[in-house]
Write a protein that binds this ligand. Structure first.
Ligand SMILES: CC(C)(COP(=O)(O)OP(=O)(O)OC[C@H]1O[C@@H](n2cnc3c(N)ncnc32)[C@H](O)[C@@H]1OP(=O)(O)O)[C@@H](O)C(=O)NCCC(=O)NCCS
Length: 276
């Protein structure tokens, strides 16, 4: 076993050898008291011999030694090894997989066609919002508005880490990430990220409870963002719907079904490794 843990801050990387060949790799990170197993891979020639289980056990030991009390991992239904991954965690005493989110992929071509052909989209193209509302590109948002948003983090009735607009700022998409203003105050946001050169990920919609009467605004925002993507954006889009986000699920049902090229589900698993 080759142990490369500690060469990068909080990173754990382990490799297994069978003879003089690398047969498997596991990579993860430790942060505060939580560990995350990011990936495990076994050379196809050496599979079903218990190597992944052995690597996972070693990773668990390293995490416990680093002071972690819990380990998390995620995997998707699109992985060719979906069955094997599920079994791997089950066999090693991890929690039952919890559905976390759906990832829905679409092409710009389909988006463009849908927007051109479906008259429902016509009125939304210019984001004609009701009086008092305004869409401002996130990259053009004034610093005092950002401060206003930050002041409501974890406040009663405010936003939480689950719907933060500040995740992955370096990937934030300039074309169609918006703040929604109501009477010049930030009332919500719609955040997208360029996850690779040809894909925009639709990451976050948030409707701040401080702003009443947002009905219809979110849907206009989404369609306006789609329209910008269809006209000026890259080849692909990917929409994330978290399981808890039932209102977004409804929007998806209304707008996205016809556009979907493929859909995968992502699952989360965890294991308590018994420290406090
Ligand atoms: C998932 C993977 C790491 C498993 O590696 P492995 O060394 O074959 O796993 P193990 O031998 O430790 O097997 C773990 C369990 O999964 C089962 N399993 C392995 N391959 C399986 C398959 N194709 N279908 C169903 N179960 C499978 C094993 O039988 C074993 O269960 P058992 O002891 O009850 O029989 C390997 O298939 C792989 O590298 N896949 C590609 C990379 C990947 O998708 N990684 C996950 C990203 S997080």
């Amino acid at each position: 076993m080759l142990d490369m843990t500690g060469r990068g801050k909080g990173i754990c990387a382990l490799a297994s050898y069978s003879g003089n060949k690398v047969s498997g790799l596991i990579l993860g990170r430790f942060e505060n008291k939580e560990a995350e197993m990011l990936s495990v891979y076994v050379n196809p020639f050496f599979r079903k011999k218990g190597i992944a289980s052995m690597l996972l056990k070693q990773f668990e030991k390293k995490a416990a030694a680093a002071g972690c009390s819990k380990i998390k991992a995620a995997f998707t239904s699109a992985m060719p090894s979906f069955g094997a991954v599920k079994r791997l965690f089950e066999k090693n005493g991890w929690s039952k997989p919890q559905k976390r989110m759906k990832l829905i992929y679409f092409s710009r071509e389909n988006l463009y066609r849908e927007i051109q052909e479906n008259p429902r989209y016509e009125k939304y193209k210019n984001a004609l919002l009701p009086k008092g509302f305004e869409l401002v590109k996130w990259c053009e948002l004034q610093p005092e508005k950002i401060a206003q948003i930050k002041s409501r983090h974890n406040q009663p009735g405010g936003w939480t880490d689950d719907n933060t607009p500040f995740r992955e700022p370096e990937k934030m998409e300039k074309l169609n990430s918006f703040a929604i203003l109501k009477d010049d105050s930030v009332a919500g946001w719609f955040i997208t990220h360029r996850i690779n050169p040809d894909t925009i990920r639709y990451t976050q919609i948030y409707n701040d409870p401080v702003a009443n009467g947002m009905r219809g605004i979110i849907i206009q925002t989404v369609i306006h963002a789609y329209w910008l993507h269809a006209m000026y954006g890259p080849e692909k889009g990917c929409f994330i719907i978290y399981e808890w986000n039932t209102s977004l699920l409804k929007i998806f049902e209304k707008l996205m079904e016809k556009l979907t090229d493929s859909c995968t589900e992502s699952f989360g698993v965890e294991k308590d490794i018994g420290q406090d």
